[in-house]
Design a protein around this ligand. Sequence first.
Ligand SMILES: Cc1cc2nc3c(=O)[nH]c(=O)nc-3n(C[C@H](O)[C@H](O)[C@H](O)COP(=O)(O)O)c2cc1C
Length: 396
Amino acid sequence: MLADPIQIGSLKLNNRIVKASMVENMATEQGEVTDRLIRFYQRQAKGGAGLLITGGAYVQKNGRSVTYLIGAYDDSLVEGLGALANAVHENGGKIALQIYHCGRQTRPELAEGDVVGPSAIPDQMTKVMPRPMTEDEIEETIQAFGLAARRVKEAGYDGVEVMAGHGYLISQFLSRRTNQRTDQWGGSLENRARFLFSVIERVRSEIGPDFPLLVKHNTEDRLKNGLTVEESAWVAQRLPEYGADTIKLSGGTAESALNISRGELPAEEILEEFSGWQRFKNKMLIRAMKNKFKFSEAYFLENVKQIKPQISVPVTLVGGLRTPEVMEQILKDGHADLIAIGRPLVRDPYLPQKILSGDPSPASCLNCNRCAIRIAQQRPLRCYASEKTNDEEGDS
Ligand SMILES: Cc1cc2nc3c(=O)[nH]c(=O)nc-3n(C[C@H](O)[C@H](O)[C@H](O)COP(=O)(O)O)c2cc1C
């Protein structure tokens, strides 16, 4: 099953393993593609996944949450984006670029311009307070998503993925917790989903009817007043009407800490940044959170079981997929059509090849989340677990 081809809109994939989107933090400060980024994706392409999805590329300059993200906000970036797509194609892979806007889920010094969001509600983890977007700004951001998607097509990618989950701007609009607007963009679920549907509609009109359009969506936020499974299903069911060819189901937001990437909280690495009272306070906080985000295989499967029957296009499951036998069973039972893998492919880009050749070994990723913490500390994506890994780029 994992080795079976699948059709997503006009895109034919050779197998059902997808490299999940992960921030690489390897572009220039202006978001230009670098040689290091190209080398990273050459390895990923050789690794054998049917489709690679890049980390989120920002569509507007105030939409960036990490310093060295890929940019898709300007036509001048198309050439570099094209070089990355070519490198993947030359190594036998297929690649979609993920486009996103962080909204309030950022550090204020990274957003060129104001930090914006649907409403003036601070993030409980970071205390960042956004300025509510005006209706004109909402329209500009919808347009920015459309233009970014057109650039992705021009650059020769095999598809574009719109990031609608994990607490970023679109997800902020969807959630009652972060969207308390009283205009057409807030209130009822229909109104809260208007921003996402408008983005998808605009992207589709910019890329034409045949270019593959992927959406990453939360099954739930796992936060008080956040998006619920029932609300998520209502949204997911309607996405194909607006032009989505496939939906990847995940969950959590940065405010709900490690619900997105369950596993360990790497205390030592987190505490490195703090001293004195702050260090002590954070140490206690980490201790209190210990085991709260315990890893279990396929941790969004139960949510997906509820939502998938209502979706008319292929569905990808992401989050804690580690064992080939479990992945095969999920496909066999019809709970998902594709399997996306994130952290384990950073540790071992050749994992898909091994799985597809019949190796039953589970991924060697420790779910230590050192990769996530290092990204938050503005370091490049690699496996930071202490043991030797298959990451050829070495330390940096
Ligand atoms: C370091 C890191 C960076 C990530 N960056 C992104 C991103 O840019 N876009 C996105 O949709 N998900 C991102 N994710 C979430 C992953 O795509 C994935 O949903 C999550 O890691 C769970 O899958 P896994 O258990 O296979 O790692 C990131 C996760 C990590 C650990």
